[in-house]
Design a protein around this ligand. Sequence first.
Ligand code: 5GP
Length: 194
Amino acid sequence: MKVLEEKIREEGRVLSEGVLKVDAFLNHQIDPSLMVQIGKEFANRFRDNHITKIITLESSGIAPALTAALELGVKVVFARKRKSLTLTDHVHVAQVYSFTKQETNEISISKEYLSEEDHVLIIDDFLANGQAALGLLELVQQAGASVAGIGIVIEKSFQEGRSKLEAAGVRVESLARIAELADGEVTFLEHTAG
Ligand code: 5GP
């Protein structure tokens, strides 16, 4: 997605060879018109898939998930993160190791908002090693729901997230695919569509 790649080039900051900071438009300050364009692009890619619900992870997944949901005419549920293990019987729970924070969080979604009748699109801001997406996938599986695919705003293609998700049989659609972060520069894979 060209407009997103340009935004990343202009406003993203390469913190290291592994981490890109996009606080200027996605992870702290949010650019609403970019979010609307991102939502439309996700909706176009999944329009024929009979999605009934979008799920994401708080907090940075919520903005792109919301605009995609508005386009598809479905609701969004964001999984909540918490540190301590509290067993409750009304929530689906999975463990997720955070790439950026280097800690394990428990993520959960109420059983009330995700059921076996749902056909789900999972959306997240970044794909690195795939832990967040796999955790969300696990929540969907616990609910007995089905998955149409995973929509990612920024994929770091040099990490193993995509191959793990594809190995699990899940369709991955990323709007920007980064081949390399080096010397303060972002290099995209050549065939990023949109
Ligand atoms: P994964 O679970 O795929 O290893 O990492 C994805 C999660 O870690 C995303 O939800 C995102 O919050 C965070 N993340 C991973 N890599 C980056 C990065 O380079 N920049 C930012 N801003 N967040 C990242």
